[in-house]
Design a protein around this ligand. Structure first.
Ligand SMILES: *Cc1c(COP(=O)(O)O)cnc(C)c1O
Length: 486
């Protein structure tokens, strides 16, 4: 296979397109388009159709992806998403509708959004929902804006939102963007929220708390109802980051634990592929006392069974995405939940937790588990003990690539030194988990016997180890051929 890049394959005059003769009067381009919008020379490569296709197929096989192999990227839930859900989301009835069509033309689409909302509310144990946010972080922002609007309506000045030190980086960022100050509290030695630390952080200036459950150590917050009680007694709101819903859906409803606002990551838990930079979905659901603040419009069902977009929400924080959210992501989530049914949804979480515990069982005698509580759908190892061989967690991650696996999430959560955060997901077989465990254990032997091998890896990937410092400082994302080659 040619290793040449598309510009190097270019051959002057060659083309992959065959357009018919022009049969309308020709008009100069700058008559039809504003000349200030036109670029001069466009240095596009000239290639035949087959060379172009080969180029893109080759590119698509360079990266690791879930159809190539195991992808235990902790916190990201890189599970296999059934192809049928993709197929359904590509039906022309879904892809060809215009967002500004009158309601009576798109009753089916509105019904789908309404029913998806109902199903998500049921899974979350919540009262009202918006499907509008485009991602988890966007849901967090929406949720904290709702908190702000809620206290404004009550004429209360509240400045702080509490987060545990295990929280995902987007949590403090969203809190700050919504105009609050994040206050971090330490986790206890079990990796759970430290109740005493929470009690001493509480005051009438605290707007609430943002909690991930199970948390980023993969551990269920056992004291969550106590946490909710404390937050509520201080007049605050409990926000749950639902990125880890894959561990608990169908088993426990966050709303019943005292959660007031919850986000869902459709692109983690509900069948949209994650990580390719494509559209996502971060619906948020709230308890009834916060429903008036949800973004507009809300999809509602009238008594005669028709669906409409309701713009009349008096205290709404407004719109937070153009049109109605990422609709095709909603279609996939809808197809996924409908095809699983409520038993299937529960089974999914049970298998995610079982797989994670089985994999941990295969690793725990040889690797270090700094927070030894029984994990849920993911667990966090530490590579700290490898330092005595001159090896870092980064080297382990790179060596895994040579063995055909995607690396786990590394160096997160921050409270674990040299962290390796492993989330196998429910869609992997026992054999795949065993292969991964044996790769990890082989790497451990290599660390002892030939650590330089780990430090040099990966050796068999299309791109070897990058100089991360240089990549950060001299970021070049545009290929320049010819004279200007750099
Ligand atoms: C992924 C994730 C987020 C952010 O979600 P995005 O959809 O990537 O914005 C927040 N918290 C946790 C724990 C996550 O894993």
């Amino acid at each position: 296979m040619s290793e040449k890049l598309i510009f190097e394959l270019s051959c002057e005059g060659r083309t992959g397109a065959d357009l018919p003769e022009l049969d309308v009067p020709e008009r100069p381009i700058d008559e039809m388009l504003d000349p200030t919008l036109l670029r001069g020379e466009l240095d596009l490569p000239s290639l035949s159709e087959i060379d172009t296709l080969r180029h893109f197929v080759r590119l698509s096989s360079l990266n690791h992806h879930i159809l190539k192999g195991f992808y235990p990227l902790g916190s990201c839930t890189m599970k296999y998403n059934p192809v049928v859900n993709e197929t359904i989301s590509r039906l022309p009835g879904f892809t060809s509708i215009h967002p500004l069509l009158p309601e009576e033309f798109v009753q089916g689409a509105l019904m789908l959004m309404y029913e998806l909302g109902e199903m998500l509310k049921d899974i979350g144990g919540m009262d009202a929902i918006t499907l509008q946010p485009a991602a988890g972080a966007h849901g967090e922002l929406t949720g904290t804006l709702i908190m702000r609007a809620y206290f404004k309506a009550k004429h209360q000045q509240r400045k702080y939102v509490i987060i545990p030190d295990s929280s995902h980086g987007t949590n403090p960022a969203s809190i700050a963007m919504a105009g609050f100050e994040p206050v971090e509290i330490k986790s206890n030695e079990d990796g759970n929220i430290d109740i005493q630390a929470l009690e001493s952080a509480l005051s009438d200036e605290v707007a609430g708390m943002m909690v991930t459950n199970p948390n980023t150590l993969g551990i269920f917050e056992r004291e969550i109802t106590k946490v909710a009680e404390l937050i509520h007694s201080a007049g605050g709101i409990l926000y749950m980051d639902g990125a880890n819903l894959n561990a608990i859906m169908g088993i426990v409803r966050p709303g019943e634990l005292g959660v007031d606002i919850l986000h869902y990551n459709l692109h983690k838990t509900f069948s949209t592929p994650h990580g390719g930079g494509g559209p996502g979905g971060g619906p948020i659901a709230v308890k009834s006392n916060l429903a008036d603040f949800l973004p507009v419009p809300i999809v509602t069902r009238t008594e005669d069974g028709r669906y409409s977009l309701n713009w009349n929400n008096p205290h709404s924080i407004g719109k937070i995405l153009c049109f109605w959210g990422n609709f095709l992501v909603m279609v996939k989530a809808y197809a996924y939940i409908k095809s699983l049914g409520s038993d299937g949804v529960k089974h999914t979480s049970e298998m995610a937790v079982l797989n994670s515990n089985y994999l941990l069982h295969l690793l725990k005698d040889k690797w270090e588990l700094p927070y030894p509580s029984t994990p849920m759908h993911e667990f966090v190892l530490s590579g700290e003990f490898l330092k005595k061989y001159g090896v870092k967690t980064l080297d382990v991650a790179k060596r895994l690539l040579d063995m055909g696996f995607h690396a786990p999430t590394i160096y997160f959560p921050l409270i674990v030194h040299e962290a390796l955060m492993i989330e196998p997901t429910e869609t992997e077989s026992k054999e795949t988990l065993e292969d991964f465990a044996s790769a990890m254990n082989t790497i451990l032997e290599e660390a002892k016997e030939k650590p330089e091998l780990l430090r040099k890896s990966p050796m068999h990937t299309p791109v070897r180890r990058l100089d991360e410092l240089k990549a950060n400082k001299e970021l070049k994302v545009k290929w320049k051929g010819g004279k200007d080659k750099s």
